[in-house]
Design a protein around this ligand. Structure first.
Ligand code: NAG
Ligand code: NAG
Ligand code: NAG
Ligand code: NAG
Ligand code: NAG
Ligand code: NAG
Ligand code: NAG
Length: 244
């Protein structure tokens, strides 16, 4: 009986699954093809062992822009700060083109605005979602001045604000991975995964101070994090209790 309930939940989750992380502010119709070494990310949201993410992935795209250049982002949207989850910029590259030898693989400049940074979710946190998303690059693109500092600090990024300020338009394609680190002892407590529309939006506990980690991504309840998408918090609590 419980298995049936689980299957029902999975069906719901499947319906709302997108190629950007849970709660990510942009949805995409096309899936970026992201590969870490020989590991091709599939399905979207695949949990990837952190060691495999040491080097930037190779990425190919089903569609590109006739403008010829694109802007690529990698964003962790699950960074615990101030008792909530905020965004951390892992990679920002403009002047992304298609490889001259193949018309699908992205050629990412070696010295982008924000160099690739490996996922480092704090120990003991839920898995973090890292979204890769590609936008057409407008003529005369430059980093909006109010976003210069975040290229260094990385945390408290706001991709919605960036896209708006830089006039990037509609996303071309996206994908995401999850990374989790359960191999040490947690030294802080964490807010719950980012609430989505279907969950209660005020569900962030107030007890958490600024995290003591420089780090990035997180996930939660193992693979159970997906249950936060499209189901009620009470139902999720029930599932988590049984899964633990
Ligand atoms: C994605 O990229 C991998 C590695 O380059 C390739 O083997 C695979 O065929 C690609 N898949 C799609 C759907 O393009
Ligand atoms: C986070 O909390 C710190 C300490 O209370 C505060 O100084 C800072 O402005 C907060 N940052 C954001 C983005 O809310
Ligand atoms: C992108 O390319 C333009 C034109 O080639 C160049 O002026 C600009 O400096 C490049 N941007 C970066 C971040 O390298
Ligand atoms: C990309 O390459 C494939 C295989 O060579 C070819 O069939 C296709 O027309 C090319 N597409 C573009 C947009 O050049
Ligand atoms: C991010 O930027 C958007 C658009 O400017 C703004 O509406 C939103 O409040 C910002 N989010 C945060 C967390 O600052
Ligand atoms: C987990 O985090 C700890 C502390 O930052 C780090 O030493 C360890 O290498 C991480 N484990 C993995 C598998 O990345
Ligand atoms: C969440 O709600 C906002 C505002 O109602 C809406 O614009 C957005 O499309 C919703 N997102 C999802 C994933 O349903």
């Amino acid at each position: 009986m419980f298995a049936q309930a689980l299957l029902g939940l999975l069906a719901v989750v499947e319906l709302v699954r997108a190629d950007t992380g849970p709660g990510f502010p942009f949805q995409v119709a096309q899936s970026l093809n992201v590969s870490f070494g020989s590991n091709n990310v599939s399905p979207a949201g695949e949990l990837i062992p952190r060691p495999e993410t040491a080097d930037p992935p190779s990425i190919s795209t089903p569609i590109f822009t006739s403008a010829g250049r694109a802007v690529l982002f990698m964003v962790d949207s699950d960074v615990p700060r101030n008792g909530t989850r905020v965004q951390l910029l892992h990679w920002l590259a403009s002047n992304v083109t298609l490889s001259p030898t193949d018309n699908r693989t992205l050629s990412v400049p070696g010295t982008p605005e924000a160099a690739y940074r490996q996922p480092s979710p704090p120990v003991g946190d839920t898995s973090h979602a890292y979204t890769f998303i590609l936008f057409p690059q407008p003529e005369g693109f430059s980093i909006p001045s109010q976003f210069q500092d975040v290229l260094e600090s990385r945390v408290f990024f706001n991709i919605s604000g960036f896209v708006q300020a830089a006039g990037l338009g509609d996303a071309l394609a996206g994908n995401y991975i999850r990374v989790q680190n359960l191999t040490g002892s947690a030294t802080t407590t964490f807010p719950p995964p980012r609430a989505t529309n279907a969950t209660t939006s005020g569900a962030v506990p107030s007890a958490t101070g600024p995290a003591q980690f420089p780090g990035e991504a997180v996930g939660g309840f193992g693979g159970g994090r997906a249950f936060w998408v499209g189901v009620g918090a009470a139902v999720v609590a029930g599932v988590a209790a049984v899964a633990l």
